[in-house]
Design a protein around this ligand. Structure first.
Ligand SMILES: *Cc1c(COP(=O)(O)O)cnc(C)c1O
Length: 390
């Protein structure tokens, strides 16, 4: 590797998490793994391959490009695209054998104008039962959509919704959404679509309420070891798969009252060991993490001063030489930093932190402690490949 900074993805932990989740949801429910946004920053193809070996049935992505990336890398399993694709791209989607989300009649009519392929479009119909994002809210909207769905070249394969608050302690709104989804499902049957794959549960809903998941679950967070219901005694033991490390490149002893960082953003409060580490906001370690800490020698080392583009400074608990490993995410000794700790610090979701880590950070893949793959600057590598679709 050509950098002192790297992310580690423990694929055996993803396999472990899948087994745990499978035990909780039972053998009959289909397991769809959400691998959008490069598998929440863990690497889409690497995660998809280990997921298939661990018994996952299908994948969910957000974008057409994400689905094509999986197909180009040999993933043949069913893929559902969760957001409406650009209607002009319909033939590409069909040629790649993707299932698409339909959330209104307008998209379907638009798509018609561009479809030249004779093959059928596989669709899952999305209901908005209360998230206020995508989907049909009213029965009347379904009434308008249904005739379009009956076209010969459309295969209606699924009906789904997404919860707004499945991870919250108060389940009132979750139950309301669930009831609305039941009603939508009845209407859907009445319109003449009885045999579709019905799904609603994300990680939180699937793990908390495994008896009400219908035919399939869509699991993201839990797959990566992010506990979707923090604080609740989870019935599964999830293991975080991702960690992020760097090494001290420079150490200095600064006297009390010295400034550190742009805009003189930190001033030493005593004589301090200040170390420079080569990871900054261009790696996804945003200014938001100022005031949080790293781990060095199993102890906390606070991030001091403003985080720079390529580097940041930390205050060491004692002298450590250049080359010392610094952990920004993950465990050292008895201490660990979880994505949820970092998310809490920035006021965002844990997966917001993992998806922030940029392609500039090399990824090291491990299985049972053995290195099984190393990737550097992945986006630049991929750009050299011809983009062949269809
Ligand atoms: C991302 C996503 C999921 C997965 O959610 P997690 O909470 O990460 O398990 C499920 N369904 C939809 C529609 C999504 O966008």
């Amino acid at each position: 590797m050509h950098r002192h900074t790297w992310a580690e993805v423990r694929l055996d932990r993803i396999a472990h998490n899948i087994k745990q989740i499978r035990q909780r949801i039972g053998p009959r429910v289909q397991f769809m793994a959400a691998v959008k946004a490069d598998a929440y920053g863990h690497g889409d193809v690497q995660v998809a391959e280990v997921a298939l070996k661990s018994g996952v049935d299908a994948f969910a992505v957000a974008l057409l490009s994400e689905a094509i990336h999986l197909r180009q890398n040999g993933i043949r399993a069913p893929i559902l695209v969760l957001t409406p694709i650009v209607p002009q791209d319909i033939d590409i989607a069909v040629a790649n054998d993707l299932a698409l989300t339909v959330s209104d009649a307008t998209w379907l009519q638009e798509m018609r104008r561009y479809k030249t392929s004779k093959d059928r479009v596989r669709v899952h119909v999305k209901c908005d039962t209360g998230l206020g994002r995508l989907g049909l809210r009213e029965r009347a909207e379904l009434g308008a959509l249904a005739p379009l769905l009956r076209a010969d070249d459309i295969a209606v394969e699924g009906l789904y919704t997404h919860f707004a608050s499945a991870n919250q302690p108060d389940t009132t709104y979750y139950n309301e959404q669930y009831q609305r989804f039941l009603a939508m499902q009845e209407s859907f049957k009445a319109e003449g679509f009885p045999d579709v794959t019905v799904h609603c549960a994300n990680s939180a809903a699937a793990l908390r309420d495994p008896d009400n998941t219908f035919d399939m679950v869509r699991i993201g967070a839990a797959l990566y070891g992010i506990d979707p219901v923090p604080g609740e005694v989870s019935r599964v033991s999830l293991q975080p798969a991702l960690s992020l490390h760097t090494r001290v490149t420079h150490v200095k002893r600064l006297k009390k009252g010295c400034f550190v960082g742009y805009d003189m953003s930190y001033r030493t409060v005593g004589d301090e060991w200040i170390a420079t580490v080569p990871i900054g906001y261009a790696d996804g370690w945003s200014h938001c993490f100022q005031g949080f800490h790293t781990l060095v020698g199993g102890r906390e080392a606070p991030i001091v001063g403003k985080i720079c583009m390529d580097q940041q400074m930390i205050c060491l608990p004692a002298y450590y030489p250049p080359g010392t490993k610094v952990t920004l995410l993950g465990a050292q000794g008895k201490r660990r930093i979880l994505l949820s700790d970092l998310g809490q610090h920035v006021g965002g979701a844990p997966q917001e932190v993992s998806t922030m880590i940029t392609d500039r950070v090399p990824r090291v893949y491990l299985y049972d402690g053995e290195v099984v793959g190393v990737y550097e600057e992945r986006s630049r590598m991929a750009a050299r490949d011809p983009v062949v679709v269809g």
